[in-house]
Every structure is written in structure tokens, then in C-alpha cells.
Design a protein around this ligand. Structure first.
Ligand code: C5P
Length: 402
């Protein structure tokens, strides 16, 4: 992923047991290519050490001892100046109060005062402390100044009780960090609708016709569009962890997907139809389960709605997005079939996907695709991860929207 590569993130760690989760977050961010400067408060050092973070980030981690060192007069200014994002995770009630009141009694506090970059706060504390009007007022004050506050979640707390106070898990915080870093990306202010997964067409109340689409490529596209700053609606028929920031619309049948797409494309800039939508569906669905004793059922099929056709027939400029991208998953005559679909479905681009290869197409994590453009140009991409494919598609969509 490119969103974190080379990004300078300043991470503040404060005195909560959730500091152990901050170590995992630091590790994930560093592995994703971020340049991480970690500042620990004195109470954070009761739970974890500077060495923990130094070992995970490969860079020096700072403590209040550095505040009074020989470099002190520039250290906080330098740390703050270089940072593209300040993440305080976990952030205790004490640090929230310090930030809200602009106190300057620790290296983290003076660095936060000096920093002009966006601030992300991940609170962690006992539920009564979180609910206390003083904490709520301090958080409201910080939010009013533009801080992005995420969590805390409900669940088991260090006190042994259950309630709202847990710091968000690494994966979620990672998603919020991506969301913040992407805000001014190539697709900032653009609305993108993406469909993912295979549709399910009922045969009877318990059985259905479906396909092997995993939704991986569609979810990767949703994440890549969010990384590029887009506002994303993900219309999905699969249960996967959605990217943080996506609006999720869950559907099952082609008809439901059609309705969701028509509703979501209003005001959208781009539609990317990754979903493997059924072409046929059972015509008459009995309201009772088909019984074996009644013999082999003769299932009559009918066409399922063609979503891209319906979008193509929307009046241009009204509800139709400016850029429409389709996918063509084919087992034979890939390019011919894809080129036909590009034309017949009035697409700006089609992603041709050879599903006969073992390392591409359904379920696997890699994909080999050819991008066909409406102007006749084509680009064959090498074998890439589905996320890399998604980033390429998002870049092309951004160019088409320019
Ligand atoms: O299934 P097929 O290969 O024809 O799909 C090509 C493109 O058309 C895909 O982008 C798919 O999401 C879309 N499609 C659709 N409605 C259908 C079938 C496919 O919009 N009923």
C-alpha cells in the first residue's frame, strides 16, 4: 500500500494499559512504510518502555528525559514540524485534559502544542472517567478545534467491568489513520460507488443460486478509493471487514443490488461495478422448501436485471456518474468479450480478468488484469496483489475524472 509509505507520523503514547496495543499499532505502521516518531509520557513508561517502540520502529523513541536534554529547545519543535499526523493512542483522561487546556508540562504536551498537523486521539480509560462531564467537555473542546476522536469502544475494561472505554483495536485505528492521511488525495471531494461480491438468487426459501466471488477485489478497491480521499459507498453481498470510512449497503439479490446502485449513484462521480451479478435467476420461487419426494425440480430461469445497462440508460448529467467502470471475468476469449461489454454497457473502462488462471480472479489474493479504455487504449498489468490492482484502477478513475 502506498498511503503510508514515507509518511511521517508522530505517535504519542500515554499511561493506559492499552499502551501494549499501541506497540502493535506502531509495528503495523512501521511495516507499512511510515516513518514513526514515538513520544511516551512518564506514565506510559510504567506500562511499556521506549525500547519497545524503538525495537518496533527502528527509530529513537522519546521520553520526558529528552525534554530536559541538550537538544531540548529544538526537539519538540522539530518533531512537530516534520509530522504529517499526530496520533495519540492510547490517550488518557489526563492527556485529554492537558491537550484541552493547552498545558505544556511534558515532551508530548509541548510537541502537541507546537504541531500544526491534524490530530487523531484514541481515548482509553475507565467508563465512568470517560462519561464524566469534565472529560466529555474536554473532548468536545478538542473536537471543536478540529481534532479527530475515534473510540473508545465498549467491552472489557482493566477494572474488570464492562463498559465504554477500550481503545480501538489496531486494525480499526490503522483504518482511521489511512482515512485521515488520504483526505487530500486524488479523489478528495469525489463520491465513488463500488459493488462487491456475488449476488444470491433464491431457488426456494433455503436454497439459492450464487457464484464464487469473494469480494476481495471490490473491498480492495473501496480501500484504495478511501486512501485517495474519496467518499465511498460499498454495496456488498459478502461479510468481510469493511474499510474504515466506507458507507456499507448490504444486499443479497441482483434486484436489491440494482436498487442500491440506483440510489447510491445519485450525486456520485464514479461507479465501479466489481460485483459478479447473476445473469439469470429462478423465475418462480416457491414459498415452501422443495422436497426430494416430489422428484427433481425443473427450475426455470429468467434474466436478472442488468445493473450496468440500467445505469447506462440513466439520463446523462442527471443521476449517471461521470465515470463508469465494469469488470469482465471471463474463462475464454477474454479481450473480445471484454471489448464487447465495454461498448454494449457504455463503459469508460473495463477491467478484463482471466479467471481460468490459478493466480488470478475469484478468491485468490492476486490478480492479472487488462484495462480496456473507451478510446480503444489497453493496458496489460502484470500479476499484482488485488490491492495493487485496485490502486491502479483508482488512479485511472482519477485521471478520467480530471
Ligand atoms: O457478468 P458479466 O461478465 O457480464 O459482468 C460484466 C460487468 O457487468 C460487471 O462489471 C458486472 O458487475 C456487471 N453486471 C451487471 N449486471 C448484471 C451482470 C453483470 O451490472 N446482471
Amino acid at each position: 500500500m502506498t498511503i503510508l509509505k514515507g509518511k511521517r507520523i508522530l505517535m504519542g503514547v500515554t499511561g493506559s494499559i492499552a499502551a501494549y496495543k499501541a506497540a502493535d499499532l506502531a509495528s503495523q505502521l512501521a511495516q507499512a512504510g511510515a516513518i514513526l516518531d514515538v513520544v511516551l509520557t512518564a506514565s506510559a513508561l510504567k506500562f511499556v518502555t521506549a525500547l519497545t517502540f524503538q525495537s518496533l520502529t527502528g527509530r529513537r523513541a522519546y521520553t520526558d528525559a529528552d525534554l530536559w536534554g541538550t537538544e531540548a529547545h529544538v526537539l519538540h519543535v522539530e518533531l512537530a514540524r516534520k509530522a504529517e499526523l499526530l496520533v495519540i493512542a492510547p490517550c488518557t483522561a489526563n492527556t485529554i485534559a492537558i491537550l484541552a487546556h493547552g498545558e505544556a508540562d511534558s515532551l508530548l504536551a509541548v510537541t502537541a502544542l507546537s504541531a500544526k498537523c491534524p490530530l487523531l486521539i484514541a481515548p482509553a480509560m475507565e467508563s465512568n472517567m470517560y462519561a464524566h462531564p469534565a472529560t466529555q467537555e474536554n473532548l468536545a473542546k478538542l473536537a471543536g478545534r478540529g481534532a479527530y476522536i475515534t473510540g473508545p469502544a465498549e467491552g472489557h475494561l482493566a477494572s474488570g467491568k464492562s463498559g465504554q472505554g477500550r481503545m480501538l483495536e489496531t486494525l480499526e485505528l490503522f483504518g482511521h489513520i489511512r482515512l485521515m492521511l488520504g483526505r487530500n488525495g486524488l479523489l478528495a471531494d469525489k463520491k465513488v460507488v463500488i459493488t462487491a461480491g456475488g449476488t444470491h438468487e433464491p431457488l426456494d426459501p433455503v436454497r439459492e443460486l450464487t457464484n464464487r466471488s469473494s469480494g476481495k477485489q471490490g473491498y480492495a478497491l473501496a480501500q484504495a478509493a478511501i486512501d485517495a480521499g474519496a467518499q465511498v459507498s460499498l454495496i456488498t453481498s459478502v461479510e468481510r471487514t469493511p474499510p474504515v470510512g466506507a458507507r456499507i449497503v448490504t444486499v443479497r439479490t441482483a434486484q436489491e443490488m440494482l436498487e442500491a446502485v440506483l440510489a447510491e449513484v445519485a450525486g456520485a462521480d464514479a461507479l465501479i461495478m466489481v460485483a459478479a451479478v447473476a445473469d439469470f435467476r429462478p423465475k418462480d420461487i416457491p414459498d415452501r422448501k422443495m422436497k426430494k419426494k416430489d422428484g427433481i425440480p425443473q427450475v426455470k430461469l429468467e434474466y436478472a436485471p442488468d445493473i450496468l445497462e440500467a445505469v447506462a440508460n440513466l439520463k446523462s448529467g442527471k443521476k449517471r456518474p461521470k465515470v463508469v467502470v465494469g469488470f469482465a471475468a471471463e474463462s475464454h476469449d477474454l479481450l473480445e468479450n471484454a471489448a464487447l461489454k465495454l461498448q454494449s454497457k457504455a463503459l469508460d473502462m473495463i477491467v478484463a480478468n482471466d479467471i481460468s488462471a490459478e493466480d488470478a480472479g475469484f478468491s485468490v489474493d492476486t490478480n492479472r488484469v487488462i484495462l480496456l479504455h473507451a478510446n480503444g487504449e489497453s493496458e496489460a498489468l502484470s500479476l499484482l496483489s488485488k490491492f495493487e490492482v485496485a490502486e491502479k484502477i483508482v488512479n485511472r478513475v482519477a485521471s478520467l475524472l480530471e
